[in-house]
Ligand binder design. Structure first.
Ligand code: AMP
Length: 399
């Protein structure tokens, strides 16, 4: 599915005096009632401010954590978010006692032009996760327009993510639009050569991704723990390195398909190895990894070879670190690769960093600011890149 046709807020026309339901992702980390990072709130501010500036009456909704869906639970209340939003917006963002019901309806109707209210956690209702229509209709009935700015949840068919989108004139918020456009650029319309740099621990997590990319990219560099199942599939000895023997056949098939599709797959040739993560390290230049050693990072030669491939790419997707980058002794490969992607971006390439660990790795080496786009949604961006259904985005297209 090509999501690049999803409309932005401008398509909704004049919003002055209109009630706009904004599904945001305010799933912030909390210690008690203290927000330890407000990044998710600040990420939604451009959309909220844009709507307020248009004179809209903004009705905000979000989930927070994983309550059981049995009604209000204080530890999952959005009260700290309402407080922080009030500070950031400079007026009181009222918190409704729930997200549906007569009192909430009155609260939503009381919002004035250019102001906002926040509904209580949508996951206080089981119907949210179930994608229940009646609950979705009740949420939609609070507003005249719908804006989805919760990219991290777009791979779910939750009621607040789908039903209002289908029932009301809808658009993607600035965050969702930026995510969708960046990922669609890689998948459907990349400048070539188009390169994927893939790593991370679990090869099983990445098989659908590699399979989808094999018909789209020109080259793939594979590092990190996932590389060793590929190397074993090629007949190499990999010692105690991470390996998923149940995926050897999949790796063989992918290597074959890559050859058929004319996609170059680059695998590590040298490695940083150790008995265990805290033991002394050694470098293995080529060939097999001894039985009692595991590889925890790609070697310097491999990293530089990957950097050369990166330098000639015009579109780059980075998903997964090249080694155990959290430990300095195994961080060199990821650092070289991340810096090479930043450098290529400065030279005009378009670079996208998948969410989760890849974003953490880019941040760790202070390269995140130099990338064209760093995704905010780990699971959501992976689902989209794998070519799997994104129910919330499909609902926006159907609106
Ligand atoms: P993932 O969530 O699958 O993207 O994996 C990310 C994690 O993979 C990071 O925390 C890394 O420490 C870990 N990792 C990367 N390379 C290796 C490796 N060669 N051996 C063990 N763990 C690795």
């Amino acid at each position: 599915m090509d999501y690049s046709s999803i409309k932005g807020i401008e398509a909704l026309g004049d919003l002055k005096g209109k009630r706009v339901f904004v599904r945001a992702d305010f799933n912030v980390p909390l210690e008690g009632t203290r927000i330890t990072s407000d990044a998710r709130i600040t990420a939604a501010l451009p959309t909220i401010k844009l709507l307020l500036g248009k004179g809209a009456r903004v009705i905000l909704a979000s989930h927070l954590g994983r309550p059981e869906g049995k009604g209000f639970e204080a530890e999952y209340s959005l009260a700290p978010v309402a407080k922080r939003l009030s500070e950031l917006l400079g007026f009181e963002v009222t918190l409704q006692p729930d997200c549906v019901g007569e009192n909430v309806r009155k609260g939503a109707l009381a919002v004035t032009d250019g102001h906002a209210t926040l509904l209580e956690n949508v996951r206080f209702h089981k119907a949210e996760n179930k994608g229940a229509e009646a609950f979705g209709r009740e949420l939609a009935s609070l507003a005249e327009f719908y804006v989805n700015d919760a990219f991290g949840t777009c791979h779910r068919a939750d009621a607040s993510m789908t039903w209002p989108a289908k029932l009301l004139p809808s658009a993607a918020g600035l965050l969702v639009k930026a995510e969708v456009d960046a990922l669609a650029t890689v998948l459907t319309n990349p400048n070539r050569p188009c390169l994927a740099v893939l790593g991370g621990a679990k090869v099983s997590d990445k098989i659908p991704l590699v399979n989808n990319l094999l018909s789209r990219v020109n080259e793939i560099c594979v590092g990190g723990g996932m590389a060793y199942t590929f190397l074993k599939a090629q007949g190499h000895k990999i010692g105690k390195s991470l390996c998923d023997d149940s995926k050897l056949d999949d790796c063989k098939k992918m290597l074959l398909r890559a050859r058929e599709n004319n996609v170059a797959i680059h695998l590590p040739k040298d490695h940083v190895i150790a008995h265990g993560m805290d033991d002394e390290t050694a470098h293995i230049d080529r060939g097999d990894i001894p039985d009692d050693f595991a590889a925890f990072d790609i070697g310097g030669n491999t990293a530089r070879a990957f950097a050369n491939v990166i330098a000639r790419a015009k579109t780059i997707l980075f998903n997964g670190p090249m080694g155990v980058f959290e430990k300095e002794r195994f961080s060199n490969g990821t650092q070289i690769v991340v810096n090479a992607i930043a450098e290529a971006t400065r030279n005009g390439a378009f670079s996208v960093v998948g969410g989760g660990d890849s974003a953490a790795a880019a941040e760790h080496f202070h390269a995140d600011k130099h990338m064209s786009h760093v995704s905010t949604g780990g699971g959501a961006s992976l689902t989209l890149l794998q070519g799997e259904p994104m129910p919330a985005l499909e609902a926006l297209i159907r609106s």
